[in-house]
Design a binder for this molecule. Structure first.
Ligand code: EPZ
Length: 431
């Protein structure tokens, strides 16, 4: 893994950034659509694709299966899964990216067999896959587990449509069984599903290519099984990345005089906009942009409690960035991370920068603000805390270095170019 790092000069709390910043296509929308190419008999075009490491890894995984992937490096990808394909997911590629699990459903549904390694846990939690194993078994597949991972085979020619109730709302499990249901025999009913915008976007696109998925955007999906889908030249345009938009809004509130966030969908981060407006941030929203401004004599923002929750609640992927915001707002705030059991580790480095944070238990912290942050060396832990550290370094006094920025490159395309354009002093140091 490359050892690049970022060097950032802090603004010592001044709100000087100004200009426009563009939001790229959503990583978490693109990855499942790339996996869904296995459900198609013809080739699939995708647009507004971010050039990020996770898209490159997913492309490599598909190519390992014998699928052709052409990336024009300017946001367009064409995927064609014709000819004989393998059904074994590459072990070390799958370990690099938890999202590789979304390939299992389409492969099993199309080829009747799939093998994949035990998913590597990651820094944010153990990331179990019990919902996947249970669901495949209920759809009539046998599951064999060995020390390398899992081999799953459907008993019949096709998976059987089934009624599945999810005890936990899971984004990729919802996507997996929505896609498995597209090729299963009969009807599949999924209850207590997640309904993030990325899931709705995937389902709407599959329906436009011949699938029959009802209930998108609600807790229950009904999928009628059928044959391979046909894109017929239609292409999928990735929805804007709501997590990028949210991070840029938090950055703008903390460090901008006047920042326009473009090519975004404000409806997808309504909870963040609402919470920041109540805290005193001046935000103007239009159809596909958000403007955030700070007056010269801006009063300190007022602290608030945050509890992460499935969509449309406060997204766990914005929990670290909002944690940085709360180190600067006036008062004390409880942050309750309900989704993952180790997604608060980023506070160690923030405390070393000068933040006043107390951990009550692995799910709950108390942040007291405002506290002056001093620049230092930081270790990015996952995609989202990596961007939180960039925000912390920009508002801090003095300079900071952020190491192992591979994580940041997994989720954000050339983030330093876009930040430089609005006045951030950030340089990539290739190691
Ligand atoms: C998706 O991960 C996202 N990734 C994550 O974003 C995001 O944090 C997460 O959803 C929650 O919103 C993609 O969409 C590619 P889950 P996913 O299954 O689907 C438990 C990022 O930075 N669970 O919705 O893997 C699980 O432990 C990433 O872009 C089980 O118990 O998450 C968690 O507590 C990080 N058993 C809860 O469900 C299972 O079989 C929600 O996780 C599966 C999950």
């Amino acid at each position: 893994m490359p050892k690049d790092k970022f060097e950032i000069q802090g603004l010592s709390g001044q709100k000087k950034l100004r200009g426009e910043i563009e939001v790229k296509g959503s990583k978490n929308a693109v990855l499942p659509v790339m996996a869904s190419s296995i459900l198609f008999e013809d080739s699939l075009k995708l647009e507004n694709i971010p050039n990020i490491e996770d898209v490159f890894r997913m492309s490599e995984l598909l190519e390992e299966l014998g699928i052709k992937v052409e990336n024009d490096n300017s946001g367009g990808i064409t995927i064609s899964s014709k000819g004989s394909l393998s059904s074994d997911l590459n072990e070390d590629l799958s370990r690099k990216m938890r999202a590789s699990i979304i390939l299992a459903g389409p492969i099993l549904a199309r080829f009747g067999k799939v093998s994949f390694p035990h998913p590597g846990g990651c820094v944010i939690g153990k990331r179990p896959i019990d919902l996947f194993i249970e669901g495949f078994s209920q759809m009539g597949a046998t599951v064999e587990e060995n020390k390398k991972g899992y081999i799953i085979k459907s008993k019949g020619k096709k998976l059987k449509g089934v009624n599945l109730f999810f005890p936990v709302q899971s984004v990729t499990a919802t996507e997996t069984f929505m896609m498995a249901g597209v090729l299963a025999e009969g009807k599949t009913i999924l209850k207590n599903v997640a309904f993030e915008p990325e899931i709705v976007s995937l389902g709407e696109f599959l329906n436009s290519c011949g699938a029959d998925i009802k209930g998108l955007g609600t807790p229950t999906l009904e999928i009628k099984g059928g044959n391979l889908l046909k894109a017929g030249g239609k292409s999928y345009k990735a929805i804007p990345d709501r997590l990028e938009a949210g991070c840029f809004l938090i950055l703008g509130a903390l460090a901008a005089e006047d920042l326009l966030i473009k090519n975004c969908n404000p409806d997808h981060i309504e909870v963040l906009i609402d919470i920041l407006k109540k805290s005193g941030v001046s935000i103007d929203v239009s159809k596909n942009s958000i403007r955030v401004k700070n007056k010269k004599d801006q009063k300190p923002f007022v602290s608030f409690n945050v509890k992460t929750h499935e969509y449309p609640g406060f997204p766990t992927d914005l929990q670290a960035p909002i944690g940085v915001f709360l180190t600067q707002s006036k008062g004390q705030a409880i942050v309750f991370e309900t989704i993952f059991e180790s997604r608060l580790n980023y506070i160690e480095d923030l405390i070393r920068m000068g933040a006043d944070i107390t951990m009550f238990d692995p799910h709950r912290i108390m942040i007291k603000g405002p506290a002056l942050l001093k620049g230092r060396e930081l270790e990015g832990l996952d995609i989202r805390s990596g961007l939180a550290f960039i925000i912390a370094a920009i508002i801090a006094k003095g300079s900071s270095v952020i190491n192992n920025i591979y994580y940041i490159d997994r989720g954000y395309e050339k983030i330093e170019d876009r930040l430089q354009k609005i006045g951030v002093k950030i340089e990539r140091i290739n190691n």
